[in-house]
Design a binder for this molecule. Structure first.
Ligand code: IPM
Ligand code: MN
Length: 355
């Protein structure tokens, strides 16, 4: 590897993951060529197939290797009906999020063309926000247990965990982003009227961190009200910061406002460290190999990755290519077009090449 070469770990995963990843990496290669930087894309096999063949999910030492030897990680999608408990997906996807301490799940909700929005009379200027989803704690910590399982007296306990450190750093990340990108408002979303301990900690951290950013307006919604407002008046929101589970749910809703899960992108970030990028959609086993998967969510996630790797011009060119293709209707069937994933990948690569 030369001094300037950056190595990217590519994990295509399951279902439509490999199809969309192939197209996203095609576009990344076109961007590297056009903007003259050197990327080494190293494909890693960890997936349901690999698990079923070897019993291995994420191999020993994999997290250290990803952190120390790679500049970024790209993931296609995880989930396979042959692994009903999703063990490999939990080990790999949540394993990387938690193991590499990728505490920011950065999920833009951006409408690229009016025709893709299911809301009446809403356009790109109305749907343009970013969700900062906490990504290492909350309801995802897997703390709890079952008692008298399988009996009529069964008891199940599943805890949420919120730490001052964890809440403070995601809230600060949201304000930092707003300050850096000229957004004027940060909205915090919780359910502190019911979750009187955990979400009260969010309330206090938010108020404290907000004081450091006097120029940025603050706002607060309980999650039920925020879900309603997101549908009624998405233009109210610029940056939303919330816990892991609420962020998961709200970003599926957000994806629908952008044209569906096929379009939504995400970055799992820890500033200054190896971060991971993945489309918001799942592995969609039903659609595997049908030539109908939409690679745009993966391509936009790759654009976030290029930005993180220090190639903002390339990232912008990729995003512009996507925006132009969506505006022209040169897209897959889920968005009313007639192109295959490969045709979309070719078209976007060509657009980046000539940008
Ligand atoms: C997501 C997904 C995951 C999550 C699943 C696959 C564990 O829904 O990335 O939004 O809940 O975080
Ligand atoms: Mn989700």
């Amino acid at each position: 590897m030369s001094d300037t070469q950056q190595r990217v770990a590519v994990l295509p995963g399951d279902g439509i993951g490999p199809e969309v990843t192939a197209e996203a990496m095609k576009v990344v290669r076109a961007a590297a060529e056009r903007f003259r930087f050197d990327l080494e894309l190293v494909e890693l096999p960890w997936s349901a197939d690999h698990y079923l063949a070897t019993g291995e999910t994420l191999p020993d030492g994999a997290l250290d290797e990803l952190r120390d030897r790679y500049a970024a990680i790209f993931i296609g999608a995880y989930g396979d009906p042959r692994v009903p408990d999703m063990r490999h997906a939990a080990d790999i996807l949540l394993g990387i999020r938690f193991g590499l301490d990728l505490y920011i799940n950065f999920r833009p909700i951006k409408l690229y063309h009016e025709s893709l929005c299911p809301l009446k009379n809403k356009g790109p200027k109305d749907v343009d926000l970013v969700v900062f989803r906490e990504n290492t704690e909350g309801a995802y910590v897997g703390v709890g247990g079952a008692f008298k399982k399988g009996t009529a007296d069964e008891i199940a306990v599943q805890e949420e965990m919120h730490t001052r450190k964890g809440v403070e750093r995601i809230v600060r990340a949201a304000f930092e982003y707003a300050a850096r990108t000229g957004r004027s408002k940060v909205t915090m979303c919780d359910k502190s009227n019911v979750m009187r301990f955990g979400h009260d900690l969010w309330q206090r951290c938010f108020a404290e961190v907000a004081e450091e950013y006097a120029d940025i307006e603050t706002d607060h919604y309980f999650v039920d009200a925020l879900a309603m407002q997101l549908v009624r008046k998405p233009e109210m929101f610029e940056v939303v910061v919330t816990n892991n589970m609420f962020g998961d749910i709200l970003t599926d809703l957000g994806a629908a406002l952008q044209g569906g899960l096929g379009v939504a992108a995400s970055g799992n970030l820890h500033p200054g460290r190896t971060s991971m990028f993945e489309p918001v959609h799942g592995s969609a086993p039903k659609y595997t190999g049908q030539g109908t998967a939409n690679p745009v969510g993966a391509v936009l996630s790759a654009s976030l990755m290029l930005e993180d790797l220090g190639h903002p011009e390339a990232a912008a060119a990729v995003e512009a290519a996507v925006a132009a293709s969506l505006a022209a209707g040169d897209t897959t069937r889920d968005l009313g077009g007639g192109l295959s994933p490969r045709e979309v990948g070719d078209l976007l690569s060509a657009a980046v090449n000539s940008s």
